[in-house]
Design a protein around this ligand. Structure first.
Ligand code: SAH
Ligand code: SF4
Ligand code: F3S
Length: 447
């Protein structure tokens, strides 16, 4: 019998990428084939993100596009991810071509759900919870990269920042058992992966039910114990994201200091440089608390690159309050910054606030912030010229066939002359040039 071909398309954060990998693995194991394009598939699953209105619209538009031009062989369309979890049954009404709705806890059950859809049993929906925090193995070929693997350590979020939909789409925090995480990292190492990224909405609040697997490791929090345990596997490069300022303990910096393979990069979203706005966002810290964390990062033995997220135009944000964010940027001098225009999400407390900031004003603030960040960032990148950086080569550069591309241990994109055969190798590169978002260099030696 011909196997059903499934095409998976992923929007959103690393957690969605990790879920798509798990879905692909489960589908393969259950006898489905994975297709390379939606045209070549009998089933199309869109993995969606809801964090801002634009992200949600993008996914909905994509769902609408799939059947265009295929009147006679329309595929079964499934929606998974955060939009699926939040909209549930409503999706069948708003997007009538959708046949299967797969909530954020139902990833492992996708094969059964698709079988039911194939049997023509009408609409299929599963918004249930994950049955356990224990994940099935992912086949290496289903990972998004051959060299870098995402390892979820905690899912969900308990913070309920007033603007954010994630606690509703992903539920409460659930941490994976440490011994399972460490086991997965060991397996990835044996499979040839050179870098892992421990992922979660807030990795610092990692708190497994038991500390089995962490007994031999010191640390002020279960997360810093986990960092030391994962470092001890010998995985050449370990990164983690996202950190949350209030839970970011100085011991994390100490763990990075102690372990060469814990990479010198921290992503610590600040959201605003003004205390009143931070309080309205219910972030649980003040600007001075944030700066204390930043100073701990900057005082590390190695230079640790620091990146952040900022939201502009939160309801009621005045010009003065916005300027405090500009000032914070000068103070922190981030290596990279994601700037987001505030987007009201239905069901969140902030969506009920009436003092909205005009779209044109948001654009003005966005551009002002971007301009300042570019000045800061250019200087940071320029200062790296002449330095030696460690790079994991990921493959050929999209720009030039003579170049390869990769990320530095401080998580910057870098391109340099080299053959595609270097992919998967960690090399020492001397930086010879810089742009605002990438570096250029030449190989010094292959490690
Ligand atoms: N857990 C992480 C990131 C969550 S989502 C954290 O707490 O920082 C990634 C980023 O999207 C956030 O850091 C925030 O800057 C942005 N974001 C979340 N909700 C948003 C909204 N409603 N409007 C605009 N940006 C938002
Ligand atoms: Fe959203 Fe806040 Fe949780 Fe981050 S910490 S996912 S911004 S609620
Ligand atoms: Fe988006 Fe859901 Fe991730 S809302 S950012 S895909 S947790």
């Amino acid at each position: 019998m011909k196997k059903t071909r499934v095409y998976l398309e992923t929007f959103g954060c690393q957690m969605n990428v990790a879920d798509s990998e798990r879905a692909a693995s489960a589908l393969h194991a259950a006898g489905f084939d994975l297709a390379d394009s939606s045209e070549a598939a009998e089933v199309v699953i869109i993995n969606t993100c809801s964090v801002r209105e634009k992200a949600e619209q993008k996914a909905i538009r994509r769902i609408g596009d799939i059947n265009r031009g295929r009147p006679d062989d329309a595929p079964i369309i499934g929606v998974m991810g955060c939009v699926a979890q939040l909209e549930g049954e409503l999706l069948f009404e708003s997007a009538p071509s959708v046949r299967v709705v797969i909530g954020t806890g139902a990833t492992e059950r996708i094969p059964q759900l698709l079988r039911r859809a194939e049997e023509g049993l009408g609409r299929v929906i599963d918004l249930g919870e994950r049955r356990s925090e224990t994940f099935e193995d992912i086949a290496p070929s289903e990972r998004h990269s051959k060299h870098v693997a995402f390892v979820p350590i905690i899912e969900g979020c308990n913070k309920f920042c007033t603007y954010c939909i994630v606690p509703y789409s992903r539920g409460r925090e659930r941490s994976r058992p440490a011994n399972e995480i460490i086991g997965e990292v060991r397996k990835l190492l044996a499979q040839g992966f050179r870098e892992i990224q421990l992922i979660g909405q807030n990795v610092n609040s990692y708190r497994p039910k038991s500390e089995v697997g962490l007994e031999k490791f010191s640390g002020a929090t279960p997360f810093s114990k986990l960092l030391r345990a994962v470092a001890s596997t010998g995985m050449p490069r370990v990164k983690f994201t996202t950190s949350f300022p209030r839970d970011f303990h100085a011991d994390i910096v100490k763990a990075i200091d102690e372990n060469e393979n814990l990479c010198n990069w921290v992503h610590l979203p600040v959201q605003s440089g003004n205390d009143r706005i931070l309080r309205a966002m219910r972030r649980g810290y003040r600007v001075e608390d944030y700066i204390r964390r930043v100073d701990a990062v900057k005082n590390a033995r190695r230079r640790i690159a620091l990146t952040s997220d900022v939201i502009i135009g939160f309801p009621g944000e005045s010009e003065e309050e916005f300027k405090d964010t500009l000032q914070l940027l000068e103070r922190c001098r981030f290596d990279g910054l994601y700037i987001f225009k505030y987007s009201a999400r239905r069901g969140t407390p902030a969506a009920k606030l009436s003092e909205t900031v005009d779209e044109s004003e948001k654009t003005r603030r966005f551009l002002a912030l971007e301009e300042l960040q570019m000045t800061i960032q250019r200087k940071i990148y320029d200062d790296l010229v002449g330095a030696y950086v460690e790079v994991l080569v990921e493959g050929q550069s999209a720009r030039s066939a003579a170049d390869v591309t990769g990320h530095t241990s401080c998580n910057k994109v870098i391109n340099f002359r080299g053959s595609p055969g270097l992919a998967g190798k960690i090399v020492n590169v001397r930086v010879t040039g810089s742009k605002s978002h990438s570096l250029y260099g030449e190989v010094s030696n292959v490690l």
